[in-house]
Ligand binder design. Structure first.
Ligand code: GTP
Ligand code: MG
Length: 315
């Protein structure tokens, strides 16, 4: 059976293989996603972001349990930009979530950069589309909040959950970094450690300074490790989903996302093509290689490369 056929019929190995192709930035994955596109758009995409160690993976694990209790299927993608290969943290995530391994309604996958600089966002998008086509009701995407990264979770997900922890001093910094705008739901995790109330006030004060929005992000408290407050957290996430649907925000978000994705796809192709033209047996490529005194003008070369894009891709 074809990979697409396998994936649509619920073969988990086909799904895993397709995601590996996406991770390798294999053109087969892109073709597959394009083929499956009509089967996508049904899943609810939830991003979990926050500083390292705030408990995103533990929360994802606890949320998976709640989602499964409510009879929905779920896919989890843990994106680790710092890990070019399956590293220690990723293994930790696996072990932590291993209690779900026998449940066919749960699919968990960690993704690293695999040496393809700039390819992780594209790979993550493709993995999301693949899980969507596979028929998952909910897709949870965990990323470390690194600010202005190429992997802006707000451009990938419907609902963004910002995970903070009490009294880290970190909460203050995160809020300063302007992350308020991207959070649809706040969760202060590790309430069992104490000091969560102070963090909640900090968030509230920061929000009071901002413009009034139609959606006021709720601030939840939870202990992922003790599995406390997880049901209410999921309800808050669903509350945001309902708001998006009623306000027309969901369509707007998805349109914005589509645009970002097109821009990213064009950029990825253009980058590949520029390298091919410059490395190939082309006039501009030869001039670049033969040049020894560094006097070539990069702007002129870029124009020349762009001018080479013929109907056959140019070369
Ligand atoms: N006390 C307490 N510890 C917790 C809680 N939730 C998670 N932890 C612990 O916090 C540590 C980090 O948890 P992770 O879930 O790996 O955090 P993360 O945000 O996914 O970390 P990275 O993926 O490395 O950024 C682990 O040792 C967890 O056991 C909680 O509710 N209370
Ligand atoms: Mg994690």
């Amino acid at each position: 059976m074809s990979l697409a056929g396998g994936l649509l019929s619920g073969d988990v190995r086909a799904l895993a293989r397709a995601i590996s192709l996406a991770e390798d930035r294999d053109p087969q994955a892109t073709a597959l996603v394009a083929e499956l596109q009509p089967q996508t758009g049904r899943a609810f995409l939830v991003g979990l972001t926050g500083s390292p160690g705030t408990g995103k993976s533990t929360l994802a694990d606890a949320l998976v349990k709640v989602i499964r209790d409510r009879q929905q299927t779920v896919g989890v993608i843990a994106v680790d930009p710092s890990s070019p290969f399956t590293g220690g943290a990723v293994l930790g995530d696996r072990i932590r979530m291993s209690r779900h391994t026998l449940d066919k309604g749960v699919f968990i996958r960690s993704m690293g950069a695999r040496g393809h600089l700039g390819g992780l966002a594209a790979a993550t998008r493709e993995a999301i589309h693949l899980l969507d086509a596979y028929g998952r009701d909910v897709i949870l995407v965990e990323t470390v909040g690194v600010g202005q990264s190429e992997l802006e979770i707000s451009t990938i997900c419907d609902t963004v959950v910002l995970v903070l922890m009490p009294e880290s001093g970190d909460a203050v910094q995160t809020i300063k970094a302007g992350i308020l705008e991207i959070a649809d739901v706040f969760v202060i995790n590790k309430v069992d450690l104490g000091g969560a109330e102070k963090t909640r006030r900090l968030i509230q004060d920061a929000m009071a300074l901002g413009p009034r929005q139609a959606w006021r992000p709720p601030i939840l408290m939870a202990s992922a490790a003790k599995e406390e407050g997880i049901g209410p957290l999921w309800d808050a996430i669903l509350g945001h989903q309902a708001f998006l649907k009623e306000s027309g925000g969901l369509a707007a978000r998805r349109q914005q996302r589509l645009k970002q994705e097109v821009v990213a796809l064009v950029a990825e192709r253009a980058r590949d093509e520029a390298r091919r033209v410059l490395d190939g047996d082309t006039a501009v490529g030869r001039r670049l290689r033969e040049n020894r005194n560094g006097k070539l003008n990069p702007y002129a070369l870029a124009e020349e490369v762009l001018g080479q894009r013929g109907p056959q891709g140019g070369s």
